[in-house]
Write a protein of this length. Structure first.
Length: 659
């Protein structure tokens, strides 16, 4: 059962904020489906929308052409032959064979030589088309790889250039992928070749029935079903839509089924709830009853009314009615071979027009995705730097980075409350500063502002008396090292994970080993079979199997187990590896500011003490700022302790009793 509800948008939002076409809600079985309400067909609007994508498609075409002009032209020829020329040539040669056979049957003296020649030509045509398809299947992936690599470079550059503000403003471009580039070009090419093929077939059909005097009528009869299918066909995938499973019994049934997953096994066994789960599953299935649980798209397709469905079915038989009527009124107008050819052509036309309508809509949909890739160059949120070099001329080389915050306030993107409000403080060069305070008081926010992950909403931050925004961003990044609990291992080898702390020496194993020792990761790496060559974070979906399951006795299952078995380390060991990258960064000799933000949450007290001790040993020429809850062993080394609360920020002399 399906019910519909129309509306202009969510009641949770103000009407003046909403954009885009109105929406309607349809309940399909267990699913709630929300789609756009499309306006009445307007040729001018349709043309405007279609031509709006021309600049994007033209730019995409130029990108494809740049991959290799001769290779592209060859691929276009191969595709045009397969989709257009081969179709007409096959129809013509098949018709010729049938005509010769029919003439031989009528006379009783078949022309063997003519039949052999016609069949030979048909076989040669098939062989050539097979070679064309074989060549296209090998040339296409080469062009696809080149184009997707070009787009990958665009997307990677844009994602890496986007700062945290852009990411938190939902500009992370996760929905943008390089695969849409080739799919769009291929759909555009398919549309062009299918259109040419349809026009050529219509011309061929027109010529075949010209002798009856009703060529236009038959041509229209052939087009009737494709046109009706275009108007009556229902498919969710041809329009923007949102689907949500809302039936509580269906959701409960899915939840109960998920309890069979391995991650719940221990809890279910120790809780002795197997019988309860099975009993509840049977009860929930009974409550769900016969409510349709098939996919939302399948249910949406079934919304076509009976009259429309009947009309479409009958339309497919109109060419047959024409053959029957012609055989009665003009028996000599059409031969059996002509009828057979026309019937074959009519079936091909129906399929071709259906595909043409689909590919046209597909191009329109995919063009939006390609445009999004091109638009990345314009929407990237990138932190802007100034023109002043750092360290400034005349600044002592051996001292750290001094800071002064003047009435600094900050709110995270999308947040209503301030993370910092009117903060003023001074940090002298080379000081070791410990920042303490309750969760949510703004300790980590101070670090993010000093490292220019964000810029202050109000107030100013001075470095060596100059606004931090006026320095070259690359210089400031080069002079800063950060070690936080939010840092991750890269999907690369451990040696490269550590070496990237100083990209100029990413392959220097002596420096990498020393950094690993200082970070406390020496023993972690030693216990791994591949040592520094170990990759702990593999790229996603790089190993998988189909109809092969772990635990089976098959050889394939054993191979899958080998592929997917990964080395792993504890959270504390990961923190040591990340810390090693920071020590590698110190080898650049350019670091003037070190920000350490709760990097030891998974380390035991002894390991944390050793990490902080190693950090202090490289303190010379650096300003160090520590944010940590366990600050006891740092107080005697600190020059300043900043106590941050939700209400105020204060400074204390670490030598005072009780601090």
């Amino acid at each position: 059962m399906a019910s519909e509800k129309k509306g202009n948008g969510s009641a949770e939002k103000e009407d003046d904020i909403l954009t885009g076409p109105p929406i309607q809600t349809t309940q399909l079985g267990v699913y709630r489906v929300v789609t756009e309400i499309r306006p009445p067909f307007d040729p001018r609007e349709k043309w405007k929308k279609a031509t709006g994508g021309f600049p994007t498609l033209w730019r995409l075409t130029k990108d494809v052409y740049a991959l290799g002009p001769w290779m592209v032209f060859l691929f276009l020829f191969l595709e045009f032959w397969s989709s257009c020329v081969d179709c007409i040539l096959s129809l013509h040669l098949s018709s010729r064979i049938l005509t010769i056979i029919e003439a031989g049957l009528k006379t009783g003296h078949p022309d063997g030589a003519a039949i052999f020649q016609a069949v030979a030509l048909r076989m040669l045509s098939l062989a050539f088309t097979a070679v064309v398809d074989w060549s296209s299947a090998r040339l296409g992936p080469i062009l696809q790889g080149r184009l997707e690599t070009r787009f990958q470079n665009r997307i990677l550059r844009s994602k890496l250039a986007t700062d945290l503000t852009g990411v938190q403003a939902n500009l992370s471009t996760e929905h943008v992928t390089e695969q849409t580039s080739w799919r769009t070009f291929k759909s555009l090419l398919d549309t062009a070749t299918k259109l040419a093929g349809a026009v050529a077939q219509l011309g061929y059909v027109f010529r075949l029935v010209q002798s009856t005097g009703h060529a236009p009528v038959f041509t229209l009869l052939c087009l009737t079903q494709p046109v009706l299918l275009t108007f009556f066909r229902r498919s969710l995938w041809l329009k923007p839509h949102v689907v949500e499973a809302t039936d509580p019994h269906f959701l409960r049934m899915k939840g109960l089924r998920e309890l069979s997953e391995p991650k719940y096994k221990q809890d279910i066994i120790t809780g002795d709830i197997v019988h309860h789960i099975l009993q509840e599953f049977r009860r929930t299935v009974g409550l769900l009853g016969d409510t349709d649980i098939s996919s939302a798209n399948e249910q949406y397709q079934r919304l076509v009314g009976a009259p429309s469905h009947v009309a479409t079915k009958l339309a497919s038989e109109l060419p047959l009615l024409y053959y029957a009527a012609t055989s009665i009124m003009s028996p000599a107008a059409l031969s059996l071979s002509t009828i057979a050819t026309l019937h074959q052509s009519e079936s091909l036309l129906t399929w071709m027009f259906q595909y043409l309508m689909y590919s046209t809509q597909n191009v329109e949909r995919l063009t939006t995705s390609v445009r999004a890739v091109y638009d990345l160059e314009n929407v990237v949120h990138e932190t802007k730097g100034g023109d002043i070099s750092y360290p400034p001329v005349g600044s002592p080389h051996e001292r750290g980075m001094p800071f002064e915050l003047r009435n600094v306030s900050f709110s995270y993107p999308g947040a209503t409350a301030k993370a910092l409000d009117n903060v003023t403080l001074t940090i002298k060069p080379g000081q070791l500063v410990v920042v303490v305070g309750s969760n949510g008081s703004g300790k980590s926010t101070i670090i993010k502002l000093l490292t220019r992950l964000y810029d202050a909403t109000d107030g100013e931050i001075l470095v060596d008396g100059e606004d931090i925004k006026n320095y070259k961003l690359a210089d400031m990044r080069h002079a800063t090292a950060a070690l936080t609990q939010d840092h991750h291992l890269y999907p690369l080898s451990l040696s490269e994970n550590i070496g990237l702390g100083n990209p100029a020496h990413v392959a220097d194993m002596d420096m990498i080993r020393e950094a690993a020792r200082q970070g406390g990761a020496e023993d972690v790496i030693a216990k791994l079979a591949d040592g520094f060559g170990t990759v702990l974070e593999h790229p996603r979906n790089m190993q998988y199997g189909s109809d092969v399951f772990k635990g089976d006795d098959s050889l394939l299952a054993v191979e899958l187990e080998k592929m997917t078995k990964e080395a792993d380390v504890s959270g504390g060991e990961r923190q040591r590896l990340v810390a090693s990258r920071t020590f590698m960064r110190f080898t650049s000799g350019a670091v003037k500011l070190v920000c350490v933000d709760e990097p030891s949450s998974n380390l035991d007290p002894q390991a944390e003490w050793q990490l902080f001790k190693n950090l202090r040993t490289v303190r010379a020429g650096k300003t160090m700022i520590f944010v940590t809850h366990r600050f006891g062993h740092l107080t005697k080394h600190a020059d300043v302790i900043l106590c941050v609360t939700s209400f105020a920020l204060g400074c204390a002399d670490p030598s005072l009793p009780g601090v």
